[in-house]
Write a protein that binds this ligand. Structure first.
Ligand code: FMN
Length: 183
């Protein structure tokens, strides 16, 4: 097969089921991405598509379905918070994955001191972000957030997700784990 062949012929996409099965085999944590809308009403969604992007500047990424109701509020507000859920937070994950109009009535939360974005209580960690960029990718929008503040709860184990179900870390996993150094 020549290089030219590779460059000019577009290959067809994998079937959706295979794509879903492959991607679901990557274990992740669970975040709840929060913001406030133009009226100051808190909005948020459960989002497992989350990663670190850059150290300088400190950037993180959440991939959000472009049809998400929370996305419009995030884009308008230009700020959001990422709440990394603990193993106690399965119910919280399901609440924020639902279409419930009163998601924030079902959880304890505070107003972020730096951005004013909603921070859920009892999480493993949270990051307060300014929206650095939003990139449409297929049917999702990649939110790049510049982290302006954050904190961790050292005594918590994370909620994990694998093959479309919540999962527990292996026995022996330590809740209090040394944090990586800055170097
Ligand atoms: C475990 C789990 C992970 C999810 N991850 C994502 C994700 O990465 N991106 C996304 O857009 N939706 C994700 N969802 C779905 C949204 O949470 C769901 O569509 C939610 O209702 C959107 O709320 P909104 O329309 O109020 O913004 C996930 C749901 C669950 C249960």
């Amino acid at each position: 097969m020549s290089t030219q062949h590779l460059m000019t012929d577009e290959l067809s996409s994998v079937d959706l089921q295979t794509f879903r099965q492959v991607m679901a085999s990557f274990a992740s944590g669970i975040t709840v991405v929060t913001t406030t809308d133009a009226e100051g009403v808190p909005r948020g969604l459960t989002c497992s598509a989350f990663c670190s992007v850059s150290v300088d500047p400190p950037l993180l990424l959440n991939s959000v379905a472009s049809r998400s109701g929370s996305l419009k509020a995030i884009l308008e507000r230009g700020r959001f918070a990422v709440n990394i859920l603990s193993s106690d937070d399965e119910k919280t994950s399901n609440v924020f994955a639902s279409g419930a109009p009163d998601k924030f009535d079902q959880v304890a939360w505070d107003t972020g001191p730096t951005t004013g974005m909603p921070l859920l209580r009892g999480t493993v960690a949270h990051a307060e972000c300014e929206l650095d960029n939003a990139v449409v990718a297929g049917d999702h929008t990649l939110l790049l957030g510049r982290v302006v503040a954050g904190a961790t709860g050292l005594d918590k184990l994370p909620l994990t997700y694998w093959r479309s179900d919540y999962a527990k870390l292996a026995p022996g996993a330590r809740a209090v784990h040394p944090m990586p150094s800055a170097a």
